[in-house]
Design a protein. Structure first.
Lengths: 304, 250, 348
């Protein structure tokens, strides 16, 4: 039972990180109609900048701020130079151009910092673990990550439903021409939204970097999971991204732990580990296929 | 019953709070042009969608040549003989006029999963396509790309595509829209000649064309048919004058 | 087609250029590309450079995989970001079959015993069938959606295959599976580099001929209309979905066959062949060459492998430059190498 609760927390933690990635992706798609593969690069930029700034200053918080700022700045720059030429292009062009950006970012980073991972430790203050009600000891830093994810989700909700910027974003989602006619500076709004998405990805990269390691290509598996999340949730829907992220995070984590255990019931344990791991690796994709079979536009389709 | 090629019975369609189609019943007989008119927002597009199959009515039924088609797809309805043209031209722009019409002939013959024989000199596709273009007086433009056609010519190609299906019914969605007086006079003439061959349900804004072409007219306002009759009846109907002519001034 | 009366008439954008000269130029470029691909390894063989013969085989197979993808993307308008799934599955068919033939163990013992085989003919058949079936399932689900959904879903399914191969221990997991002895064909020595190249070359020419033939047929006409305007296709009475699905399956089978040969070329198959970088690179090749152009994938593959070899020889970070070139092509040179060599494509 404690194993289950512990893994449930791990799933939530993965889910909240996926939400940070997916919300940016889905916002950029909803508002600008753009599919952005390079979103994983901002995740990597955030992690690298945090690792370097933390190493230089000795403060994780300063490093984190630097990481978010760097991701946002790189995001804004990329939007100004490349992305804004892609809004009216077919999706194929968007995919290829942002694939090119991945190559440029990944190889550029490898060139600058080498192939070996950088180390980034969570701050000493958050290094220990806490005892949860029920007697489970759980790493504090992971709890903080979940809390950050929840805080961002709440923040996004207020931003989108209660602020002027949020109103413009919603207007942009429903009618791109309309919002231009209202006199909103679309170019600036787009840069802002894009940089915001990049900052969230950078935040996720920094936090996960402290948990695992900071290396080239770290954004790619997360990016693809985030795609699965927004396909499940409905592209363009923040709410869908939230539910999709939690669903994918929990299903993936629990599957990896419990499927091998499940198969051990009726096959030799070495084989069970292999079969269980292989099926667990496919689990969320099967989940996606099943959901799409019933709802081709995802659970919370934004623009029907 | 054999007197009716297409009949709509008690169609209703609702989008949320908006009742876009209210208990619409109408029919189309052989050899006639039945015009459907109504001000903007009257629900014409929704009704066409239901007839063509891109929308499903909530209740009611649609019968084409004795066969219930209410729950069939667009492609299935087309195969049963429902030819339509679109309000906004929906041709493949880079392809030649000929190729646009040939796809309809190919559909009619039902052999689209043939992978080997080249189509570009396939007489069994080309001849009926050219005949349809001939009907619309466009044979001389057969090899031109649609992208290079004038607005009026595209309308004619649209109708030719529908004709190539050898349809039992033609559903024409504002074929005169955006045509100059000359173009619309020309198309009126072509449709006039066509109606004996295939009955036409004509959705149209151009009142001159409607009064000249239509044998019967139904008036749609707020999703419901408020009047029905020949052009003289409709012209005289005070309700129509108020709801429709008063509003659009055309 | 009538020649224009005035011989000085300059070709204008939007107007069909005189058909004869246009066909000549395109035909010359196409024959030139094929001749280049055929003659370069022949020369290398005569000079004793086996490396370059194998390099030509690599160009050929990558081109063939991209020919398959081009049928989906270029002709069918289906932006599949998951063709590595079929490329890799084809590779694994070759690898797994050879592995069991080497071991004298069955591939499947139950319900019917299927033995391994080192015969390329059996392997190709199996690769075609399995890739076709996989594409049928993936396509049937993915083609219910369009646009960005389709891109992401095809990507996700390919990733599923990737992670599955990665974590399935029997066939080497992430380390991959070596093919110790190249699979064989009756009467010819597949171990000879030039012979193997010629087999690959035949595969490429066949897939080009097949694509060309299909696109000129009624099916091709329907697929073209599905890409350009699927409302028009449906209105004519042809449902777009089955047309797209069949094209998607054929596309995957071509790519899968290329994958089976590719594993034999390298004597090795690993999850890398299934990775999304592979899907991306195949797309890049299609785009570099010119999307929807019959010979675009060949032009793109030549350019891609040349860049990989030349730039890769200079710097370990050659993909940085690949990224820059790709970005330039996408933003400013949309018609790719074939557009530049052979002029704009013109529809009949």
């Amino acid at each position: 039972m404690t194993l289950f609760i512990e893994q449930l927390f791990n799933g939530l933690q993965l889910g909240t990180m996926l939400f940070l990635m997916a919300s940016g992706l889905t916002l950029v798609f909803g508002v600008m109609g753009l599919i952005n593969l390079a979103h994983g690069s901002f995740y990597m930029v955030g992690a690298y900048a945090t690792a370097l700034a933390t190493a230089a200053t000795g403060s994780f918080l300063v490093g984190l701020a630097a990481g978010i700022a760097a991701a946002a700045a790189v995001g804004a720059l990329v939007e100004l130079i490349v992305i804004r030429r892609l809004y009216h292009r077919p999706h194929l062009d968007q995919v290829l151009a942002t694939f090119a950006l991945i190559l440029i970012f990944s190889e550029g980073t490898r060139w600058l910092f080498g192939s070996s991972p950088l180390w980034l430790n969570p701050p000493a203050l958050l290094a220990g673990s806490v005892t949860l009600p029920g007697g489970l000891r759980y790493p504090l830093f992971r709890l903080v990550i979940i809390a950050v994810g929840v805080a961002v989700a709440v923040g996004m909700y207020f931003l989108i439903s209660r602020t002027r910027l949020g109103m413009r974003i919603r207007a942009g989602e429903s009618d791109r021409e309309m919002i231009g006619a209202l006199g909103v500076d679309i170019a600036r709004l787009y840069t802002l939204v894009f940089a915001m998405g990049a900052a969230l990805a950078g935040l996720a990269g920094a936090l996960v970097g402290a948990l695992q390691s900071v290396q080239v290509g770290m954004g790619e598996p997360v990016l693809i999971l985030a795609f699965v999340v927004i396909v499940i949730g409905g592209i363009g829907s923040i709410k869908g991204a939230l539910y999709g992220a939690i669903l994918v995070g929990v299903v993936d984590t629990l599957g990896r732990v419990f499927l091998p255990l499940f198969f051990r019931q009726f096959m030799p344990s070495s084989e069970a580990a292999g079969v269980g791991a292989a099926i667990a690796a496919m689990l969320i994709y099967i989940l996606m296929a099943v959901i799409l079979a019933f709802k081709p536009k995802g659970l919370f389709a934004a623009n029907e | 019953m054999s007197d009716v090629v297409l009949s709509l019975a008690h169609l209703n369609k609702r989008f949320g709070a908006l009742q876009a189609t209210r208990d619409v019943s109408l029919d189309l007989r052989p050899g006639e042009i039945h015009a459907l008119i109504g001000p903007n927002g009257a629900g014409k597009s929704t009704l066409i969608g239901q007839i063509a199959g891109s929308l499903r009515p909530d209740t009611g039924s649609i019968v084409l040549a004795g066969q219930e088609i209410t729950s069939l797809s667009v492609a299935q309805r087309a195969r049963l003989g429902l030819g339509r043209s679109f309000q906004i031209s929906s041709l493949a722009e880079p392809l030649s006029v000929k190729r646009n019409v040939m796809i309809a002939v190919q559909a009619l013959q039902g052999h689209s999963f043939r992978f080997w024989k080249p189509v570009h000199r396939d007489e069994s596709l080309l001849a009926p396509a050219m005949a349809a273009l001939e009907r619309m007086a466009l044979a001389h433009r057969a090899d031109t790309a649609v992208a290079e056609l004038s607005h009026g010519e595209r309308r004619q190609v649209e109708v030719a595509c529908a004709l190539a299906l050898k349809p039992r019914v033609l559903l024409l969605d504002e074929p005169m829209a955006g045509l100059g007086p000359e173009g619309s006079a020309r198309l009126t003439e072509l449709l006039e000649a066509l109606k004996r061959e295939v009955p036409i349900l004509l959705i149209e804004h151009d009142m001159d064309a409607v009064f000249r072409l239509a044998d019967r007219i139904s008036v749609l306002v707020d999703g419901a048919v408020i009047a029905h009759g020949d052009s003289a009846t409709i012209r005289a109907n005070p309700q129509v004058r108020e709801a429709y002519l008063g509003e659009t001034t055309c | 087609m009538n020649k224009p009366d005035t011989p000085t008439l300059a070709p204008q954008p939007g107007l069909p250029t005189p058909a004869a000269s246009w066909h000549d130029r395109k035909g010359l470029v196409q024959i030139g590309l094929l001749a280049l691909l055929l003659l370069a390894p022949l020369a290398a063989h005569l000079l004793g450079h086996v490396y370059y013969v194998n390099l030509a085989s690599r160009v050929t197979l990558v081109a063939m995989a991209a020919v398959g993808l081009n049928l989906a993307i270029g002709y069918g308008g289906m932006v599949s970001f998951g063709h590595a799934a079929y490329f890799g599955l084809g590779g694994y068919v070759a690898g797994i079959s050879a592995y069991h033939a080497f071991d004298f163990t069955p591939v499947i013992a139950w319900p019917i015993a299927i033995p391994g085989s080192d015969s390329m003919l059996a392997i190709w058949l199996a690769a075609l069938v399995l890739c076709g079936l996989l594409a049928l399932v993936i396509g049937a689900i993915s083609l219910r959606t369009t646009g960005v959904y389709f891109i992401m879903i095809t990507l996700a399914f390919a990733q599923m295959m990737y992670y599955f191969a990665n974590s399935w221990p029997t066939y080497g997991g992430e380390d991959g599976l070596p093919i110790y002895l190249r699979n064989s064909l009756p009467w010819v020595d597949t171990n000879d580099a030039l012979t193997f190249f010629l087999i690959c070359f035949a595969g490429l020419v066949l897939s080009l001929a097949l694509t060309s033939r299909i696109m000129k047929s009624r099916f091709g006409a329907a697929l073209t209309m599905a890409r350009l305007n699927d409302t028009r296709l449906a209105t004519a009475g042809i449902a777009p979905y089955p047309v797209r699905l069949v094209a998607f399956v054929i596309s995957a089978m071509i790519t899968g066959l290329a994958g089976a040969l590719y594993a034999d070329l390298n004597g090795f198959v690993s999850p890398t062949m299934l990775s999304w970088h592979m899907s991306g690179e195949l797309m890049v090749i299609v785009i570099l060459g010119g999307v929807g152009r019959l010979y675009g994938p060949l032009a793109g593959a030549i350019l891609f492998v040349m860049m990989e070899t030349l730039l890769g020889g200079l710097t370990e970070y050659w993909k940085l430059f690949l990224g820059l070139v790709l970005l330039f092509v996408v933003l400013f040179a949309k018609h790719g190498v074939m557009g530049w060599l052979a002029g704009r494509e013109r529809h009949e």
